[in-house]
Ligand binder design. Structure first.
Ligand code: HAM
Length: 410
């Protein structure tokens, strides 16, 4: 019986697992340098954690959540994103007693989207969050960190930063009314899907990728004209600060992000090198969300990036790991071989053994592999408690006592 993998999932092996681990190591290092603490949360949560906070009309909640009733009567969802689980965990574990709280996490997310290049149903995210600061310096720290991480991992890729502000939560409500009226006046030109959102959540129309919706959205009243002076001031300060960090950005007034919890600054790092799934990293401010989830009424800001999308743009020029290939002539030398393996293991010397007893075949296999040394055990070596080292780069050979292995192989 041959069982296929689930559509939209993928296995990680060879270079892809190396890239994954490299990303993980870099994130952990960079995160810790700036005092972000690592947090892991379960991959499933109670469904109510996601449905309202992400927005009942967001694509994620409408079409993409993997939700099920467990064998009891609880409704559970495989996490489609990390921000709400992180907030839930910070509240459950009383981590918000000291703010600002800076957290990062890495792990799999699940969304039932139509799979295509760069879009999966199980994918991995890197996630950074700051809970408890309304200072634009928090946005600045996160955007600078994101920029640094992306440029370290994919230095040659053309990446652009899109920036917008949605203003404060109360302004947003006012703007939504203005937007609803505008879309209502143009409803005949909108897609059926967007028409259904005119009154319930017009911001989602700005997020539509359908050609005629985009045309109407481009002429819609912009949010910047409806936000408070304080929001404008903060946004301008952030823009100036980004300039002083030499980080280029483009203002995109239609950038609203796909989830409902955002207000204030929103941003996305995009690339032209990936086709239609062009967003590498996205995030923003979500003041009000922590309170909505039962925590204190404190602000929050963060971002997430897709590991697979970054990985697809990373080079595969990994240094070959050197190791020893074992070549044994005869099954009767097994006990002698066990002593050699014990020595290699005790001294953390990397080796490979394929359970074959044929020196000629082992040598030709070693020559085609990344091994740099072959340990050969034939009759003569066996009789004298020895082994022969063959250095593959020079062809040089030397017979030594097995107790000398450590001093010969560094
Ligand atoms: P998001 O924009 O939904 O934001 O996802 C962030 C990133 O995850 C995307 O830019 C993309 O790189 C990756 N991603 C999303 N869906 C897929 C998919 N189906 N396959 C492959 N990669 C994907 C969030 O999730 C927010 N929680 C970000 C955030 C954190 N906002 C504030 N804090």
């Amino acid at each position: 019986m041959k069982i296929r993998s689930v559509r939209g999932t993928h296995d990680l092996y060879d270079d892809n697992i190396k890239k994954f681990n490299l990303i993980k190591d870099l994130i952990t290092y960079k995160g810790q340098l700036q005092s972000f603490k690592e947090l892991q949360t379960p991959i499933f949560e109670l469904s109510e954690l996601f449905s309202k906070p992400l927005g009942e009309l967001s694509d994620v909640v409408l079409k993409e959540m993997y939700s099920f009733q467990d064998r009891g009567d609880e409704f559970l969802t495989l996490r489609p994103e990390f921000t709400t689980p992180m907030i839930r965990a910070a509240i459950s574990n009383n981590l918000l007693k000291e703010i600002p709280l800076k957290l990062f996490g890495i792990g799999p997310m699940f969304r039932r989207e139509r799979p295509q290049k760069g879009r999966f149903r199980q994918f991995n995210q890197i996630n950074f969050e700051i809970f408890g600061s309304e200072d634009y310096m928090a946005e600045l720290e996160l955007i600078v960190l994101a920029n640094d991480i992306l440029h370290s991992l994919i230095p040659d890729v053309d990446i652009s930063l899109n920036l917008n502000t949605l203003g404060q939560r109360n302004n947003l409500k006012n703007y939504k009314d203005i937007l609803s009226k505008y879309f209502y006046d143009n409803k005949l030109k909108l897609s059926k899907e967007s028409r259904e959102k005119i009154h319930k959540n017009p911001l989602r129309i700005l997020d539509s990728k359908q050609e005629n919706d985009v045309e109407i959205s481009n002429l819609a009243p912009t949010i910047y004209d409806h936000i408070s002076n304080e929001s404008k001031y903060n946004f301008d300060q952030l823009r100036k600060a980004l300039q002083s960090f030499n980080i280029k950005y483009e203002i995109n007034h239609n950038l609203v992000r796909g989830l409902d919890y955002y207000c204030g600054t929103v941003f996305e790092f995009k690339t032209k090198s990936l086709g239609s799934q062009d967003t590498l990293l996205g995030g923003g401010r979500y003041d009000g969300l922590i309170g909505l989830l039962g925590g204190p009424d404190i602000p929050g800001v963060g971002w997430a990036a897709g590991i697979e999308r970054i990985s697809m743009l990373m080079k595969s020029d990994f240094k070959k790991e050197k190791y020893i290939h074992l070549a044994i002539n005869n099954e009767k030398f097994k006990i002698h071989l066990q002593k050699i393996i014990k020595l290699l293991q005790e001294n953390n010397i990397p080796f490979y053994w394929n359970y074959k007893y044929n020196i000629k075949k082992s040598l030709s296999k070693a020559n085609m592999s990344d091994a740099n040394i072959v340990i050969i055990v034939g009759e003569k070596e066996y009789q004298n408690n020895n082994c022969t080292l063959k250095f593959l780069d020079t062809g040089e050979q030397k017979e030594i006592n097995i107790n000398e292995i450590k001093s010969y192989i560094k």
